[in-house]
Design a protein around this ligand. Structure first.
Ligand code: FES
Length: 135
């Protein structure tokens, strides 16, 4: 079993709880570092990992290995709490539609827990998993 403090050092998981809000659903997750990662969707503790672990679907065609741009999101608040995008991530983002200065790949952006984070899922990338079923 992995000691949580060792895991934090090895994977840059956040060291303290923070809130992560997804727009336009306006769903806020209280992220508890002790339960990260949720699965194998992107980097451990990434925005994609947290979204998938909380039934918020973000497209991720390559499985979260920086080989597509389908997990493109906009960081509306708290972008500075994530390490800068790698050159590979930036190359992939260049292929994403609707690129903005605050664009990131959800599978690579890992908030460090120092501030609240708000992200917007682009309209073409939404699968409203939490939407009430149509009657
Ligand atoms: S899922 Fe392909 S780059 Fe994030």
């Amino acid at each position: 079993m992995v000691n949580p403090s060792d895991r934090d050092e090895q994977t840059a998981l956040p060291l303290k709880p923070y809130t992560l809000t997804f727009l336009p659903q306006d769903v806020t997750i209280e992220v508890d570092p002790s339960v990260l990662p949720f699965g194998d969707h992107g980097q451990p503790g990434s925005i994609l990992d947290i979204a998938m672990g909380n039934d918020i679907d973000i497209e991720h065609a390559c499985g979260g290995v920086t080989a597509c741009s389908t997990c493109h999101i906009f960081m509306r608040e708290g972008a500075d709490s994530c390490a800068e995008a790698s050159e590979l991530e930036e190359d992939m983002l260049d292929q994403a539609p609707g690129l903005e200065l605050c664009s990131r790949l959800a599978c690579q952006a890992i908030p460090d827990g120092t501030t609240s984070v708000v992200v917007e899922i682009p309209g073409w990338n939404r699968n409203f998993a939490r939407e009430a079923p149509h009657s």
